[in-house]
Write a protein that binds this ligand. Structure first.
Ligand SMILES: Cc1cc2nc3c(=O)[nH]c(=O)nc-3n(C[C@H](O)[C@H](O)[C@H](O)COP(=O)(O)OP(=O)(O)OC[C@H]3O[C@@H](n4cnc5c(N)ncnc54)[C@H](O)[C@@H]3O)c2cc1C
Length: 119
């Protein structure tokens, strides 16, 4: 009888620097990665100044996450806003762009949703 090992489910919240680093680190791991971001694109924040000053267009500093990760066979991108994490049930609750509610089970959770300034 064949021995089937279910791949671990890794949910990554945020497709910024941290989220993409995690995706890349897991590229060859036997895991199923679900990358959740409320935006469809990765924003390269260090170039925001150049965008604000008109040197670059917004399209030059933002790339669709699906395009960035197109060669990553173990990743699926979910366009949704994470609203809650239930660490006991190991489920992320999220709201997708069309308003539908998602429950994303995980074995391992990586949170990389960035920060908010407070001047
Ligand atoms: C103008 C500017 C210039 C900078 N220059 C440099 C530099 O030269 N060198 C350097 O090292 N750093 C620089 N930084 C800092 C660097 O950009 C940040 O440290 C880095 O982006 C942080 O990465 P992160 O993954 O933690 O968060 P982010 O890159 O902010 O990514 C967070 C992601 O999470 C998503 N998200 C947030 N909340 C939710 C939610 N509830 N559900 C789903 N998705 C969510 C967001 O859409 C986003 O894609 C600069 C920042 C700015 C603003």
């Amino acid at each position: 009888m064949e021995d089937h090992i279910t791949p671990r489910r890794v949910v990554i919240l945020g497709g910024g620097f941290a989220g993409l680093f995690a995706v890349r680190a897991l590229r060859k791991a036997p895991v199923e990665v679900t990358l959740v971001d409320r935006c469809a694109h990765h924003l390269f924040q260090p170039l925001l100044y150049q965008c604000a000053s008109g040197i670059l267009s917004s399209g030059q500093i933002a790339q669709p996450l699906r395009a960035v990760l197109r060669r990553h066979g173990n990743v699926r991108c979910v366009l949704a806003t994470a609203t809650d994490v239930d660490p006991f049930a190991r489920v992320v609750h999220a709201e997708s762009a069309d308003g539908s509610l998602l429950a994303l089970p995980y074995d391992n959770l990586i949170v990389g949703v960035g920060v908010r300034q407070s001047y």
